[in-house]
Design a protein around this ligand. Structure first.
Ligand SMILES: [Zn+2]
Length: 325
């Protein structure tokens, strides 16, 4: 989650430094792990002209880098962290999509019906090799909030309370189960320490408000990063930001990556993505951009319907029968 989305803004040579941790960072499975990606389309400029600099080069030069646990990551679309290899796939996909849209536009101009191609269909989920990515049924998504990474008790308490509320909101929405393992919070080591993921304070220099992970990210990245600006910003409801980040943790992509979103919304490649509901400008996964979206980041009816397609109804609505095995 980020307050601003201009990919050329905030470019800096000096990345923020992570505190602690030394796990090697790997790249997201299913997103071109060797960087070969979808076939590089060099020489295409984002504004439609004939450029001599690839989109990858432009993004790499313009996106803000952060160093997390010794690995350089690029902050795309507000809160999506990509390694250089992932950024290559991202840029290639975006160039291909821009060419597709331009072809759709040209076909429309000559009267060919292209509506089915351009139609948007809803809450976007992460996929891998054509399959929807989700946590295994019965998974308890336990987490710790690493107290010693926070500068004071008050910011830690705010995060604990915000996570409590946001995880509850998702548990009332679809069949997921989060658990705060508070007994691990005071431990000084870095890492999840037996929980599934950990929540840590991380000063990115305002590169994002918070950043999370997808279920198919490498385990070394199963953390939610909280930037100091989360506590000072007044644009978004703070619990809403946690709801949004937890949506990523459940495998949901940004709603505004769809074709139906306003052009002012940050673009993002839709590789490994699948729409499960109609376009929902009020989605918890939609940024406030192009004059629409929500500063409250509430979970909407369409989010509910889309997330239940993936996770089923809230576990509290089910009566489980033991098979005796
Ligand atoms: Zn996001």
């Amino acid at each position: 989650m980020s307050e601003h989305f201009d990919v050329t803004a905030g470019a800096t040579d000096e990345p923020a430094r992570a505190n602690g941790g030394n796990e090697p960072m790997l790249i997201r499975p299913g997103s071109g792990r060797d960087g070969a990606g979808l076939g590089a389309a060099r020489g295409f400029s984002a504004n439609g002209g004939v450029g001599h600099q690839s989109l990858f080069d432009k993004l790499r030069a313009g996106l803000r880098p952060v160093d997390v646990d010794g690995e350089r990551l690029y902050v795309a679309e507000g809160d999506t962290l990509l390694t250089e290899a992932e950024l290559q796939v991202y840029a290639d996909e975006r160039e291909q999509r821009e060419r597709l849209w331009s072809a759709i536009g040209a076909a429309s101009d000559v009267g060919l019906g292209t509506e089915p191609l351009a139609r948007s269909r809803g809450l976007v989920v992460q996929t891998q090799a054509g399959r929807i990515v989700r946590w295994k049924p019965g998974s308890v998504l336990s987490y710790r909030v690493a107290r010693n990474t926070f500068p004071d008790q008050q910011s830690y308490d705010l995060v604990v309370a915000g996570m409590q509320k946001a995880t509850r909101d998702w548990e009332l929405t679809c069949g997921c189960d989060f658990r705060h393992r508070a007994e691990l919070d005071q431990r000084p080591e870095s890492g999840a320490l037996g929980a599934v993921f950990w929540v840590r304070y991380y000063d990115s220099g305002g590169a994002f408000l918070a950043a999370a992970f997808f279920p198919n990210d490498p385990r070394s990245r199963w953390h939610v990063l909280i930037d100091p600006t989360l506590f000072t910003q007044t644009t978004f409801d703070r619990v809403g930001i946690f709801r949004h980040e937890l949506g990523h943790v459940l495998g949901f992509r940004h709603e505004h990556i769809r074709k139906g979103a306003p052009p002012a919304c940050p673009d993002e490649p839709t590789y490994d993505a699948k729409n499960v509901t109609v376009y929902d400008p009020q989605s918890v996964m939609h940024y406030f951009c192009g004059g629409i979206g929500s500063r409250e980041l509430r979970i909407t009816e369409l989010d509910r319907s889309g997330s239940q397609q993936v996770y089923g109804p809230p576990l509290g609505q089910l009566a489980f029968v033991d098979d005796g095995a």
